[in-house]
Design a protein. Sequence first.
Length: 260
Amino acid sequence: MNNRINQLFESKKENIFSVYFTAGFPRLGDTVKIIQELEKNGVDLIEIGMPFSDPTADGPTIQRSSEVALKNGMSLKLLFEQLKDIRQSVNIPLILMGYLNPVYQYGMEAFCQKCAEVGIDGTILPDLPLDEFDAEYRKYYEAANLHNVLLITPQTSEKRIRQIDEASAGLIYMVSSSSTTGAGKKVEDFHQDYFERVQNMNLKNPRLIGFGISDQPTFVNACKYAQGAIIGSAFVTAIKDSVNLEKDIATFVKSIDPGR
């Protein structure tokens, strides 16, 4: 059975626009509305953040959104409840992104089954080691037709990148720099040599570049070296005080890619 992530990359080879937001932010009931509006405005892929109290890889913007979402009452159980009918209105791939702790508490097998039930296509769990995934959890993922999306950074060796490429079946998340997530970087701040090095490796999996992609110039630059890019902090900032999500999401998407 083909996964929606694979279908996306088969049908579209470039300028893939992925957006990250934190479930339950800015308000508890906004999750489904944000997903629907992003798809309506031409976004190709959505990463739904599972809020966690100690998000070590995230910059201050996403950390704050996580705190607000938890205060609002968001939990993994509630998120699955909110998403139970999402496939009646949304067709694009959906990925859950977060940390292992809440997933462990939920139970990995039950988590994978629930992802399959509501129509989630993959997960990004940066603190799940590949060896542990292979030994313990790959069977649950395969049974659920779920992709485990792995990350590479400028420090990842060529040998390790090839190992990750071999172990992946949907896409590779290419972290743009060694810092935490966050907007505000300029094109010249990125490791162009790293982008070129990975591009020249001719990996079998498509790549999306994330961390620090926040405006049209950084999006366009990232798309030169990968199939697309992921925007998180800049989007979270754009909706944090929103009183009209419909309007603010449309404005944001157009500011990154006016052709949408």
